[in-house]
Design a binder for this molecule. Sequence first.
Ligand code: AP5
Ligand code: ZN
Length: 219
Amino acid sequence: MIIILLGAPGAGKGTQSNFISKSLGIPQISTGDMLRAAVKAGTPLGIQAKQIMDAGQLVSDEIIIGLVKDRLKEADCANGCLFDGFPRTIAQAEALRSDGIKIDHVVEINVEDRDIIERMSGRRVHPASGRTYHIQFNPPKTDGIDDETGDPLVQRADDEEETVKKRLEVYHELTSPLINYYLNLSSQNCTAKGPKYNRIKGTGKVEEIRDRILEAING
Ligand code: AP5
Ligand code: ZN
């Protein structure tokens, strides 16, 4: 099964994809996590991407499409995958389509901008795995420590308030057009097994949102 999680920065894509990918036994493909790994490793891509990410802008379509194509060739993607943060532009969606990838579900996690800033300021992450917490809404068992590995948690460099505002602007300009793009595709193809479009309310408890998503996918 191939699933796309769509939503603004901080909507909860990473949090939910952790649950959903485990529950369905398919890998999570997060272009944000892939880029952060490249930044940490200090590769030429990472050095270039860091500046762009810290400015709240998008990395070029060409780089992202190349990264995703390589990732899809790996064996664990044979039974499908869960995309988190990809596609993020119409050009990226078209690249996926022209590759003949059949998308089963598009899940839009819907959260208002005013709720996003609060979420981002309290976010803490485990860099090696991408696991995400919130100091108030989804705290780790021990303050500042990852539940599974015991490693320290950190704040993301792009979670500073001004950068979050820029990321939201970029989302509305370049990524939110994908909502209509997939809605259209889903209505055109309703008899030909096109993607099913699911809009999920992204506020409430993390577990409630997980259940809404699983119900939409399995229903
Ligand atoms: P990326 O890592 O994809 O960031 P993003 O889309 O901005 O999304 P976030 O990771 O910030 O949020 P999320 O929706 O995953 O929310 P989370 O679950 O963490 O991309 C980073 C950068 O990389 C981009 O800006 C761009 O530069 C580049 N990039 C990546 N992909 C690209 C692409 N395809 N093309 C071009 N450039 C690309 O949750 C947020 C917080 O809220 C957490 O603290 C969490 O614990 C908390 N939370 C979650 N659910 C709830 C809830 N129900 N109630 C309260 N709090 C909650
Ligand atoms: Zn994320």
